[in-house]
Design a protein around this ligand. Structure first.
Ligand SMILES: NC(=O)c1ccc[n+]([C@@H]2O[C@H](COP(=O)([O-])OP(=O)(O)OC[C@H]3O[C@@H](n4cnc5c(N)ncnc54)[C@H](OP(=O)(O)O)[C@@H]3O)[C@@H](O)[C@H]2O)c1
Length: 295
C-alpha cells in the first residue's frame, strides 16, 4: 500500500507559496493573516502557534488577537469588525471552539467574506455550491491536492465521503462533484444504512468522522485510495506523552486491500495549514485586484 505523505506534499506546496509571497512583495503586496484566539484551550493554542510559525516560514505577516475566556460576543464581534476595516489585514480567522457565551455562526458571518480564508462564510460556501468557488475550504482542497500530486485521477471515479460536516465532508463532496473534478459522489453519515457495503463501492474513500480506527478492511474495495481526515487522541501508556494521535481508519488493517492511503499523523493535517496559507496569499492577490494563484 502506497503511503500518501501530506507532510512531503505540503512541503513542496509551501516552497511554491514561499516563492509567490516573495514575488508579491516585489510588487508591494504583503499578505497578512489575523488569527483570533479566545480563551486558553491548550489544543487551540497549539493550532494557532503552528499557523503563526507557518506564516513566518513563508514570509506571510501574522497578527494574533488573544482574548480572555470571559470575552463577550459583543467584544469579539467588535474585534472582527476592526480587522474587517484594517486594510493591512488580508485574511481573518477565529479559532474554534469558542467559549459557550460566544456564537460561532454569528462570528463567521461577521467576517468580511473577502477576508474569509477559512472559507466558512455562507457566502463563500454558496459560491462553491454554485460551481464558482473563490476561496477553497482548507481541508477539502488539501485532500484534492494530495490526490492531484499523487497522480490519482478523480474524474469519473466513484467517491464515498464518510462524514457531512460543514468544514470537511459537505464542502469536499460538493467540490468533487463539480465539473472541475467530475467525481460521482456518495455522502454517508450516522444514519446511513449498510455503511461498510457503501464504502466498499468507492474508488476513493474519504473518512472524516472522528471515530478512532472505525474504518476497517471490510469498508475498503481492493485497490481503493483511502484518505483519512480523522485526528483522534487515544490513551497509550507506552507513549512518552501517555497518548497518541490515530485516524478514523485502521491503517495497518487495510494494508494489502487499499492501493494507497494517507497516514495519521502526517497525512491530511499538514495540508490544511498549507491551504490556509494559500488562501491568505489569494486574499492578498484579490484585494490588490489580481487573479487567483493556481496550485
Ligand atoms: N486533519 C485535519 O486537518 C482535520 C480538519 C478537520 C477535521 N479533522 C478531524 O476529522 C474528524 C471529523 O471532523 P469533522 O469536523 O469533519 O466532523 P464532525 O463535525 O465531528 O462530524 C462527524 C461526521 O461523521 C459522522 N459520523 C460520526 N459517527 C458516525 C458513525 N458511527 N457512522 C457513520 N457516520 C458517523 C457524523 O454523522 P451525523 O452528521 O449524522 O452526525 C458527521 O457527519 C475529526 O477527528 C476531526 O478532528 C481533521
Amino acid at each position: 500500500m502506497k503511503r500518501l505523505s501530506g507532510t512531503e506534499i505540503s512541503k513542496a506546496i509551501k516552497e511554491e507559496l514561499k516563492k509567490e509571497v516573495s514575488n508579491l512583495k516585489t510588487r508591494g503586496i504583503h499578505p497578512k493573516l489575523a488569527v483570533i484566539l479566545v480563551g486558553d484551550d491548550p489544543a487551540s493554542a497549539i493550532y494557532v502557534n503552528s499557523k503563526k510559525r507557518t506564516c513566518e516560514e513563508l514570509g506571510i505577516g501574522s497578527l494574533e488577537k488573544k482574548m480572555p475566556a470571559v470575552t463577550t460576543q459583543a467584544e469579539l464581534l467588535s474585534v472582527v469588525k476592526a480587522l474587517n476595516r484594517d486594510p493591512a489585514v488580508n485574511g481573518i480567522l477565529c479559532q474554534v471552539p469558542l467559549p459557550g457565551q460566544c456564537n460561532e455562526q454569528e462570528v463567521i458571518q461577521t467576517i468580511d467574506p473577502e477576508k474569509d480564508v477559512d472559507c466558512f462564510h455562507p457566502y463563500n460556501l454558496g459560491l462553491l455550491t454554485a460551481g464558482i468557488p473563490k476561496y477553497m475550504p482548507c481541508t477539502p482542497f488539501g485532500i484534492l491536492q494530495i490526490l492531484k500530486r499523487s497522480d490519482c485521477e478523480i474524474s469519473g471515479k466513484q467517491v464515498v465521503v464518510l462524514g457531512r460536516s460543514n468544514i470537511v465532508g459537505r464542502p469536499l463532496s460538493i467540490l468533487m462533484s463539480l465539473k472541475a473534478w467530475n467525481a460521482t459522489v456518495t455522502v454517508c453519515h450516522s444514519r446511513t444504512r449498510n455503511l461498510p457495503e457503501i464504502c466498499a463501492t468507492a474508488d476513493i474513500l474519504v473518512v472524516a468522522m472522528g471515530r478512532a480506527k472505525f474504518v476497517t478492511a471490510e469498508f475498503v474495495k481492493k485497490g481503493a485510495v483511502v484518505i483519512d481526515v480523522g485526528t483522534n487522541r487515544i490513551a497509550d501508556p507506552a507513549h512518552p506523552k501517555g497518548s497518541r494521535l490515530v485516524g478514523d481508519v485502521d491503517y495497518e488493517g487495510i494494508q494489502g486491500v487499499a492501493a494507497a492511503a494517507t497516514p495519521v499523523p502526517g497525512g491530511v493535517g499538514p495540508m490544511t495549514i498549507a491551504m490556509l496559507m494559500y488562501n491568505t496569499i489569494n486574499a492578498a492577490r484579490f484585494q490588490a485586484g489580481l487573479d487567483r494563484f493556481e496550485l
